[in-house]
Design a protein around this ligand. Structure first.
Ligand code: PLP
Length: 444
């Protein structure tokens, strides 16, 4: 071993020790984390990440569903640097700034339906909570107020983030069960349109809004709805005079094959939450978009108390907005959504091959969102025992072969950057095949 690589090993060892001494990682069983060797990422390039020892990995989940055009794109980096040289942060409470203004216009120009106003925040969970607060307050103070409309409807297994309000409208038992006593009450239903209509009709007087992930439930394990389902729920909400909040935090910015999932079914939401890929995966930004109808309900004299009382300290940070603008420019220059279409088809074809593997129970795809569900016995729909950690084992096999992916329970998720090249996508599919095959051989 030469000096520089043994130095790298020493640096890695020290960092890993400090990580395990000082950190607490998100959604991580720290007991497992501390017991096993961990990867420490130093840099990125294109669709690859490099660890501190210089090993290269394909970023198969877009750094948790955010990266669009690849890592270290000079165009986005330069936009960030240019804004940093002007100012890193000024408040959006009582002041404005050019990138925040221009980004709002650009978002509204591309947004579906009648959305006409942009409210910034910094995480998807906040963007959802803001939509909930807006919907609630709208009914308190719109032209014909209905102050009893204070409740929300959502579908089982929905995911809207990890703050208490976002968890309340979420429905993933594994994540949320322990926190249940903290939640405000909501109405929920399964994926049955008759049942959904029944619950909404029964409670329309109390319901402020329906909240929904369009087309696909991401964190639930990529549960893809039948075509037209999201639009039908939207229509049910309208029929019963309930607002419709669409959560495009995961689906927005090309992920489903259109810029927004709403475009597939011509859905016109009252409120929309955005996050994740809004900056191309570079910096934390989220936004809640509202119609003029909703916005107008908040106008009034100071003593009418119709103000929207909400704002995080870093709301609308200019550096983050500059990154988002550069992201949108790249979408236009590179025709990212058009270029994606053949890659979606390539992905579909590649996934077909996985069906022959004995532990693959189901494969679900919505554009560039993929879930491969592992089962002990697909024929009888028997899952693996949770302690088998089947998908975790697949993720480890993939890492040995130079691919970073991350599971949701026993669902292996693939969500590569939209800019992934054809040969990289083929490599990703080959590695996933080999990794699932290897784990299958160990387990069966
Ligand atoms: C990730 C996600 C969120 C939460 O976003 P954060 O930035 O993690 O708070 C909300 N809704 C959906 C659909 C998501 O996928």
């Amino acid at each position: 071993m030469n000096t520089s690589s043994s130095d790298a090993v020493n640096i890695r060892t020290k960092l890993e020790e400090e990580d395990k001494q000082y950190l607490w990682h998100p959604f991580t069983q720290q007991q497992d984390w501390e017991a096993e060797p961990q990867l420490i990422i130093e840099r990125g390039e294109g669709n690859y990440l490099f660890d501190v020892e210089g090993n290269r990995y394909l970023d198969g989940i877009s750094s948790l569903w955010v990266n669009v055009h690849g890592h270290v794109r000079p165009e986005i980096n330069q936009a960030i640097i240019d804004q940093l040289q002007r100012v890193a942060h000024t408040t959006f409470l009582g002041l404005s700034h050019p990138p925040g203004i221009t980004l709002a216009r650009r978002l509204i120009e591309m947004a579906p339906g009648q959305l006409s106003r942009v409210f910034y925040s910094d995480t998807g969970a906040a963007a959802v909570e803001i939509a909930l607060k807006m919907a609630y307050q709208y009914w308190q103070q719109c032209d014909s107020p209905q102050p009893q409309k204070t409740r929300f409807f959502s579908l089982r297994n929905d995911y809207h983030g990890d703050t208490v309000g976002a968890m309340s409208v979420g429905g993933i038992e594994l994540f949320f069960e322990v926190y249940h006593p903290l939640f405000f009450p909501t109405y929920k239903a399964v994926y049955n349109l008759d049942e959904i209509e029944q619950v909404i009709a029964d409670h329309a007087d109390e319901l402020a809004a329906v909240v929904m992930e369009p087309l696909v439930q991401g964190a639930a394990g990529m549960i893809v709805y039948p075509a037209g389902f999201t639009r039908k729920v939207r229509e049910i909400a309208r029929r019963h005079n309930v607002l419709f909040i669409v959560d495009e935090v995961a689906t927005g910015f090309g992920r489903t094959g259109r810029m927004f999932a709403c475009e597939h079914e011509d859905i016109d939401p009252d409120l929309m939450s955005l996050g994740k890929s809004i900056t191309g995966g570079y910096l934390p930004l989220a936004a809640t978009l509202a119609t003029e109808e909703i916005y107008n309900a908040f106008l009034g004299e100071i003593d009418e108390f119709r103000t929207f009382y909400h704002g995080h300290t870093y709301t609308g940070n200019p550096v983050v907005c500059a990154a988002a603008l550069a992201n949108l420019d790249l979408f236009e220059q590179e025709q990212t959504v058009e270029q994606l279409q053949p890659k979606i088809a390539q992905l579909t074809r590649g996934l077909e091959r996985l069906r022959e593997l004995p532990i693959v129970g189901d494969i679900r795809q919505c554009g560039f969102m993929v879930g491969i569900e592992l089962m002990q016995d697909p024929a009888t729909h028997t899952p693996f025992p949770i302690t088998t950690k089947a998908a975790v084992q697949v993720i480890k096999e993939a890492r040995r072969r130079g691919v970073i992916i991350r599971p949701l329970s026993d669902v292996v998720v693939l969500m590569p950057p939209l800019a992934i090249a054809e040969d990289e996508l083929a490599f990703l599919l080959d590695v996933v095949y080999a990794s699932i095959e290897a784990v299958g051989q160990q387990l069966l």
